[in-house]
Design a protein around this ligand. Structure first.
Ligand code: SPV
Ligand code: MG
Length: 305
C-alpha cells in the first residue's frame, strides 16, 4: 500500500475520467461519501466514484436541499479524492448560486482533487430529484452561461464538466430534454447527464438514441434499476452512476448493528457482520505507515550497555 494522493495528481485523474467518458464503452461509477467508502468502492473494482450530493448530505445528517454549503462539499470531496487513485466525479448540484459562485466552487473542487463536476439545470436551493413535484428549471440561456463561465475558469484543461438536465424530472417532454442537452453541448460541456425518476428506462433509452453520442452520455439508474446494463450499452451510454447505494448500505448496516447491540447489551457474537480490525487497518493502509516509520521514523533507542 502506498500513500495515494489524487489531489496532488489532478491531471492524471482528469485524464482518467475523460478516457472513461470517451472510451466508447459503458462504464459504471458507484457513490462514495467519505474516505472509507471511497477506498471500499475502489477496492471492489470501480474505476470511477460519484460524490453524490444526496449521500454527502445524508451522511452529514442534513437534507439534500443545499443544506450543506459548497465549502462542505469541497472539504468532503478532498477526503474522498485523497483516499483513492481513481477519478471522482462530484455532484455539484446547481453550482450553489449564480455563474460566479459556480465557477469559484468548480475551481475549488479542482484543487480538492475532483476529476469532474456535474452541474444541473435546477434553481438554487435545489430539491432532490426524488422528492415532491417542485422541480422548476433554470433558464436555458442562464444555465448555458454558467457552463461557459465554469469552463472558461477551470484551471486544468482536462477537468470535465458534465451538464445535467432535469427536464424529465420536471415532467417536460423528451424534446425539451434534448434541446437543453444540445444547448449545454454548444456551451462547452464535456458530457451530458439526463436524469429520470421513471420506473422504466424508456425515456432514457429514447433520449440516448436521439442524442447519437454527440457528447458522452451519463445516467443514474436509481428508479429504473430493473433495466439490464446491456440496454444502456446498446444505446451508447458512457457512464451509469449507481448514485446512493454505498450510503444506503451503510444506513442499513448501522441500523442493524445498533439495534442488535442495544438489545443484547453486548457486542459479543453479533449476528450483524462486522469488519475485523485487521481488515480496517488494511483498508486504510497502516502497513504503509509501518514501512515509512522504518525509513523515516525516530531511530530505535539503543539500550545502554
Ligand atoms: C445524487 O446522487 O445526489 C444525485 C442523483 O443527484 S439523484 O439522487 O439520483 O438525483
Ligand atoms: Mg444530487
Amino acid at each position: 500500500m502506498t500513500l495515494q494522493r489524487s489531489s496532488a495528481n489532478g491531471a492524471s485523474m482528469t485524464g482518467a475520467l475523460r478516457r472513461i467518458l470517451h472510451s466508447g464503452e459503458l462504464h459504471f461509477a458507484l457513490e462514495a461519501h467519505d474516505g472509507m467508502s471511497a477506498r471500499i468502492v475502489e477496492r471492489a473494482g470501480f474505476g470511477c466514484l460519484w460524490a453524490s450530493g444526496f449521500a454527502l448530505s445524508t451522511v452529514s445528517g442534513v437534507r439534500d436541499a443545499n443544506e450543506l454549503s459548497w465549502t462542505d462539499i469541497v472539504r468532503m470531496t478532498e477526503a474522498i479524492a485523497d483516499a483513492v487513485a481513481v477519478p471522482v466525479l462530484v455532484d455539484g448540484d446547481t453550482g450553489h448560486g449564480d455563474f460566479n459562485i459556480a465557477r469559484r466552487f468548480v475551481r475549488k473542487l479542482e484543487l480538492a482533487g475532483a476529476a469532474g463536476v456535474c452541474l444541473e439545470d435546477k434553481l438554487f436551493p435545489k430539491t432532490n430529484s426524488f422528492v415532491g413535484d417542485d422541480h422548476a428549471l433554470a433558464d436555458v440561456e442562464e444555465f448555458s452561461a454558467k457552463i461557459r463561465a465554469c469552463k472558461a475558469n477551470q484551471a486544468t484543461p482536462g477537468f470535465c464538466i458534465v451538464a445535467r438536465t432535469e427536464a424529465l424530472i420536471a415532467g417536460l417532454p423528451l424534446e425539451e430534454a434534448l434541446a437543453r442537452a444540445e444547448a449545454y453541448r454548444a456551451a462547452g460541456a464535456d458530457a451530458v447527464m439526463v436524469h429520470s425518476r421513471a420506473p422504466v428506462a424508456d425515456d432514457i433509452l429514447c433520449f440516448a438514441r436521439e442524442w447519437q453520442q454527440r457528447l458522452p452520455l451519463v445516467i443514474s439508474p436509481t428508479t429504473y434499476c430493473d433495466t439490464p446494463a446491456e440496454a444502456f450499452r446498446s444505446v451508447g451510454i458512457s457512464l451509469a452512476i449507481w448514485g446512493n447505494h454505498a450510503m444506503r448500505a451503510a444506513a442499513a448496516a448501522i441500523d442493524r448493528v445498533a439495534r442488535e447491540i442495544h438489545r443484547r447489551e453486548s457486542v459479543n457474537d453479533l449476528d450483524t457482520p462486522l469488519a475485523r480490525l485487521d481488515e480496517v487497518f488494511d483498508l486504510i493502509g497502516y502497513d504503509e505507515l509501518e514501512d515509512a516509520r522504518a525509513s523515516y521514523g525516530r531511530p530505535a533507542e539503543v539500550a545502554p550497555s
